[in-house]
Design a protein around this ligand. Structure first.
Ligand code: SF4
Ligand code: SF4
Length: 320
């Protein structure tokens, strides 16, 4: 699968607003790839991500990095003592004392100075070089599906490490490069104050080794789960009822009867509702020479509306 194909999968399955951004750190001695432009003025690393997601292909050696913290963390330049000591965090009132500031600094992922010679960024579909990571700007629902895609591929729950400090350098580039795992970031003070990430957006970073398996999983998830979730198939009419007065039975322990109506004219007899019902309420019965779904144990119904959402013919109605 090439980068254009993976871009299309990410865009189509997640309905991305922004281009996925490929980021690579130029190794010492590695040649600068063609097709990248050095910006006319220094940019923060977070600002270069914003430009790349708009379609720019960028090359940023140390002189093009406006944020000395980011350039130091990314291993491009030595970090000044003032930044290294943590005292600036106190001046900005972002941390309470030097002890806490030093702890934050000593535990964040970094590369030693001189590890890399430049940052390179481009929309994933235009990258002519292998990215270290791919960064996506997402809203939470899209991030959820990326988590699901990785769990679909490996079965494991996702563990993220983030801090709200040094978002786009430490959390989105270095953490995934060092661990080989995806990471999330909600941005940081610098990102939120100087780039155009919206209040409802977050960042997600995928190391290149995981990108193809994640894309393959997204294709599978987009065949059923993603569109169903987006159609809110289990929502109506449950929420319509909330707010109306609950009718009490004489005995509060006694549950009210659920009425399950299945339109036998519409029913295809495919048994989807029977298969999906978690409480074995439904059964297929032979009637008039064909299979029809019937509620055989309505008293066990929990009102989850799964059968209503899964029925292709909208043949099921439930009242309570
Ligand atoms: S899912 Fe709908 S069409 Fe299929 S058996 Fe159930 S009621 Fe009939
Ligand atoms: S609402 Fe849920 S529990 Fe009730 S019949 Fe449908 S799938 Fe089963």
């Amino acid at each position: 699968m090439n980068y254009q194909e993976m871009t299309k999968i990410l865009q189509d399955t997640l309905s991305l607003r922004w281009e996925p951004v490929a980021v690579r750190l130029l190794r010492p001695g590695e040649e600068r790839p063609a097709g990248l432009t050095e910006p006319p003025l220094p940019l923060r690393h977070c600002q270069s991500i914003s430009l790349a997601r708009r379609g720019h292909c960028l090359f940023l050696p140390p002189r093009s990095h406006a944020c000395p913290d980011g350039a130091g963390i990314l291993g491009l330049t030595p970090m000044s003592e003032k930044l290294r000591s943590g005292e600036l965090y106190l001046l900005f009132k972002k941390l309470p004392n030097l002890e806490i500031a030093r702890k934050m600094i000593s535990t964040r992922p970094e590369f030693p100075p001189g590890s890399f010679e430049a940052t390179m960024l481009a929309p994933l579909g235009e990258a002519l070089w292998e990215p270290d990571v791919v960064i996506l700007t997402l809203w939470p629902e899209q991030a959820m599906w990326l988590c699901c895609a990785q769990t679909y591929a490996c079965g494991e729950r996702q563990v993220f490490k983030t801090s709200g400090f040094n978002s786009t350098c430490a959390d989105l580039v270095i953490q995934p490069m060092k661990t080989g795992e995806m990471n999330i970031s909600f941005g940081c003070y610098g990102v939120r104050a100087s780039s155009e990430i919206n209040d409802f957006e977050l960042y997600f970073s995928i190391p290149i080794s995981l990108l193809e398996p994640v894309c393959r999983s997204l294709v599978k998830l987009s065949q059923k789960s993603i569109p169903e979730e987006r159609r809110k198939v289990y929502l109506p009419p449950v929420l319509d009822k909330v707010g109306s007065k609950r009718s009490e039975t004489k005995d509060s322990r006694e549950s009210k009867t659920v009425q399950i109506y299945i339109d036998e004219e519409l029913c295809l007899g495919d048994g989807l509702c029977v298969a999906f019902c978690p409480s074995s309420v439904l059964e297929l019965r032979e009637e008039g020479g064909r299979q029809v779904a019937r509620a055989i144990q309505p008293q066990l119904c929990s009102l989850c509306y799964t059968c209503v959402g899964q029925c292709p013919e909208k043949a099921i109605q439930i009242s309570y």
